[in-house]
Ligand binder design. Structure first.
Ligand SMILES: [Zn+2]
Length: 131
């Protein structure tokens, strides 16, 4: 059985084939792209994912390669078109948290934070009303 896609040589596979690759993005890659699409810097993404900034760069390179994207806006546009990112979807508040739950997902960090803030506010409001 022959190993490798190129029968004529040992060079790298030509990158002429543009467009979405058949390998889907990993959950972490989607998460990073989603954060980037919401304006987070690599530093913020690194903190959110619990990895270092260098790893975020590598993650993004892989995302671009898989999507066939030239840059970040292109990657976001392609991901929206492919249904990987949901443009109307909210994160970081109670509605975003509820949407995760509705889809049977574990809410992302931003939504957990938003949900906690929401619950604090509700508790504070109840206390005020009771007084
Ligand atoms: Zn979320």
């Amino acid at each position: 059985m022959q190993v490798g896609p190129s029968p004529s040589g040992d060079g790298p596979v030509p990158s002429s084939r543009r467009g979405p690759s058949d390998r889907p993005l990993t959950e972490r890659q989607v998460d990073a792209l989603d954060r980037a699409s919401r304006g987070q810097t690599h530093k913020q993404i690194a903190r959110g994912l619990g990895i270092d900034v260098k790893s975020v760069g590598k993650l993004m390179t892989e995302v671009f390669r898989k999507l066939g994207a030239q840059n970040m806006p292109h990657a976001v546009w392609l991901a929206c078109g492919a249904g990987i990112l949901q443009p109307g979807r909210r994160h970081g508040d109670h509605a975003g948290f509820a949407a995760h739950r509705y889809r049977g997902e574990e809410p992302c960090d931003a939504c957990w934070e938003g949900e906690r803030a929401y619950r604090r506010e509700r508790r504070a409001a109840r206390k005020t009303n009771a007084a």
